[in-house]
Design a protein around this ligand. Structure first.
Ligand SMILES: Cc1ncc(COP(=O)(O)O)c(C=O)c1O
Length: 368
């Protein structure tokens, strides 16, 4: 008998690695990147107060983190004007999405997302045997109306919507999302991924009633708070749903350094405003660089800018390869028609200088 004896589901999953990290690419190319602008990290870094808190907590790392993330949940509850019982803290949104799918999706259950939307969610759905149904983007936006209509058609248990969206940077107003909720079918939960919400214009966050059982919102310390490596995210929703996470979550998944850092980051609003300003400046600069090269940048409510390369996916991929050859780590959407674009994370002036220098060369090499 062959061992190990995988579950039929695990045996059927593709053996490929879904995400190739920049470190892997650096090892493959035998040189570090000059600018790291591909993973929508926050190059401006965490609050100095968060760094100090993590340094101070480092000596206590021999202890497990508080499995209830009590202090952080208290602070988040105060920040959002809700009860700590409405908040689940976990190892980034990516991990919380996995827990959520595990709670709701079994083999054969229907789930809806947009074709080309944030792929980690799809990966979890596949891992629990769910059946993904996809609707197209509309004018480079995820479309709540078609998502919810598809959910009704296939009797979906879960529907995913990122607002603002990755990879296109587009967004809907919170009011429009609340209005669309009227068409969310009974028995279907909306997971509203708000990873980039602090980068978006006022009014983008959907003012969902915290005890509305139809919606769970996901937030993260990876983007505006600049702590992607610490792995801290949280979900906000009705108390029953939040409590259910305790059935499946890794109770000792949070490390105490990350908990201390997130707590300090949340308290430093000045740094948040500073980063928002840096991001706004970088978005303008990226759009200017695109325009100077005859390309157009899509409007963005995130910490990245998606640039329309103006032709097909083959051309966009050639531009991307050219940038990587020039030492600029960037990524691009996976699916047509979004894959006519490349996606550039907001960087410091020196990162964007390097991008500005590399883009004409990449376009030339791509045959522009
Ligand atoms: C839409 C979206 N959700 C979630 C994440 C990941 O968040 P976290 O680092 O909290 O897992 C990302 C990261 O790129 C993202 O773009």
């Amino acid at each position: 008998m062959k061992t190990p004896r995988y579950t039929p589901l695990a045996a059927a999953l593709p053996a490929t690695v879904p995400f190739v990290g920049p470190e892997t690419q650096e090892r493959q190319r035998g040189a570090p990147f000059t600018a790291r602008l591909g993973a929508n990290e926050n190059v401006f870094g965490p609050s100095p107060r968060a760094i100090a808190a993590m340094q101070a907590a480092a000596a206590d790392i021999w202890m497990y983190g508080d499995p209830e993330s009590f202090d952080l949940r208290q602070a988040l509850a105060q920040h959002h004007g809700v009860s700590p019982a409405n908040i689940i803290v976990g190892e980034g949104i990516d991990c919380l999405l996995g827990y959520l799918v595990r709670l709701l999706v079994g083999p054969g259950d229907a789930v809806v997302t947009s074709d080309g939307a944030y792929p980690t969610f799809n990966y979890h759905v596949a891992g629990f045997g769910g059946v993904l149904h996809k609707v197209p983007y509309v004018d480079d936006h995820e479309d709540p109306a078609s998502l919810f209509a598809k959910a009704a058609e296939v009797d979906a248990k879960l529907v995913y919507l990122a607002n603002p969206d990755n990879p296109m940077g587009s967004w809907h107003t919170g009011a429009d999302i609340i209005a669309a909720l009227d068409t969310l079918p009974d028995g279907c939960l909306l997971v509203l991924d708000e990873a980039y919400i602090e980068c978006a214009p006022k009014g983008t966050a959907a003012p969902v009633d915290i005890n509305d059982p139809r919606v769970i919102r996901m937030r993260t310390f990876s983007k505006i708070y600049g702590m992607a490596g610490a792995r801290v995210g949280y979900g906000m929703g009705a108390q029953d749903l939040i409590t259910a996470f305790n059935k499946v979550r890794n109770h000792f998944g949070m490390n105490r350094t990350a908990q201390a850092g997130a707590l300090a980051a949340l308290a430093d609003n000045d740094w948040l405003v500073h980063v928002q300003t840096e991001i706004a400046n970088a978005r303008t600069r990226i759009a200017d660089i695109a325009a100077a090269n005859g390309l157009s940048a899509l409007p963005s409510a995130t910490n990245f800018v998606t640039i329309d390369c103006g032709r097909d996916a083959t051309f966009a991929k050639a531009v991307l390869d050219g940038l990587i050859a020039e030492g600029i780590f960037v990524r691009m959407p996976f699916v047509a028609p979004q894959n006519r674009c490349i996606r550039i994370s907001c960087g410091r002036p020196q990162d964007l200088d390097a991008f500005a220098d590399a883009l004409p060369k990449a376009l030339h090499a791509a045959g522009s």
